[in-house]
Design a binder for this molecule. Structure first.
Ligand SMILES: Nc1ncnc2c1ncn2[C@@H]1O[C@H](COP(=O)(O)OP(=O)(O)OP(=O)(O)O)[C@@H](O)[C@H]1O
Ligand SMILES: [Mg+2]
Length: 258
């Protein structure tokens, strides 16, 4: 039985190496239930690699952790049933209808019969996909395809949802709707772990971590990050944190080779 007060995510020194390259370097984090946690970083910072380890899809090279009450190293099978993952790469069948994709994903999450019917209807309504159910997935606009993508990750009512750049190239109206859904889910107690390159969206997060070269360079509320740095916008904070972390790394390397 999982304690009601147990955090959703608790990891210690989680690391992923690809050969001699370290993509995620000793990541330690605690995310509480119902939090909207923003995970920022430049291209290649290690966000997707970290998320794939948290979803039990990629074996860590080192470190330990629990996600949704499951051990990250030994309980990845049960873990995958308790979380929803919207990957950065489009994962739906383009030639299936919207409804067929929902049914297929529901089936993959173990939903059957009347429960599957109920959840397909519920998610179609929540994501405002009802008028599009009979359309081929690749014939609907990108923002709607991403709504479907998110809907597919929610069918089994996961405790935690990992969203890897869910709104990339999505229009402002669909982005707004996305964040309304995210806020509703968090209010219902679902934990949200989300990456984005849009700083206006990051303001909706409860806390934000900024990842530089696989390490957390800053972690606080959006207001706390701005206060500590003296900048008025998260965009400026982000650039400042990345620049300082990169300069510190250069000085370290120079010191080591001197
Ligand atoms: N399977 C792999 N083999 C070797 N290197 C990898 C592998 N997967 C990722 N990497 C490298 O690890 C680093 C982190 O990649 P990752 O995809 O996690 O970054 P990201 O922060 O998600 O970037 P983006 O914003 O572009 O999505 C990159 O340098 C990438 O090339
Ligand atoms: Mg990525």
């Amino acid at each position: 039985m999982i304690s009601e007060r147990a955090p959703s995510i608790e990891i210690h020194d989680l690391t992923k190496r690809f050969g001699s390259f370290t993509a995620v370097d000793k990541l330690s984090l605690r995310v509480e239930r119902g939090e909207i946690f923003g995970f920022l970083g430049a291209n290649g910072a290690g966000k997707t690699t970290a998320i794939r380890m948290l979803c039990g899809l990629l074996q860590p090279s080192a470190g330990t952790g629990q996600v949704a009450g499951c051990d990250l190293l030994s309980e990845t099978e049960s873990l995958r049933g308790r979380i929803g993952y919207m990957s950065q790469k489009f994962a739906l069948y383009p030639d299936f209808t919207v409804e067929m994709n929902l049914r297929l994903y529901g089936g993959l999450y173990g939903l059957r019969g009347a429960l599957l019917e109920e959840r397909v209807r519920e998610i179609a309504a929540r994501m405002r996909l009802e008028p599009l159910l009979a359309r081929r997935t690749d014939s609907i606009p990108w923002g709607w395809q991403q709504r479907l993508n998110l809907g597919c990750a929610l069918l089994h009512h996961p405790q935690i949802v990992f969203l890897d750049e869910p709104t990339a190239s999505v229009d402002p109206v669909s982005r707004r709707h996305f964040w309304d859904v995210i806020a509703e889910l968090a209010q219902e107690g679902t934990t949200i772990f989300v990456t984005s390159h849009y700083m206006d969206e990051v303001e909706y997060c409860g806390r934000v971590a900024i990842l530089v070269a696989g390490r957390i360079a800053a972690l606080d509320t959006p207001a706390g990050l701005k206060r500590a740095s003296g900048f008025a916008t998260l965009g400026e904070v982000f650039l400042d944190v990345v620049e300082k972390a990169e300069n510190a790394e250069k000085r370290n390397r120079a010191g080591r080779s001197a």
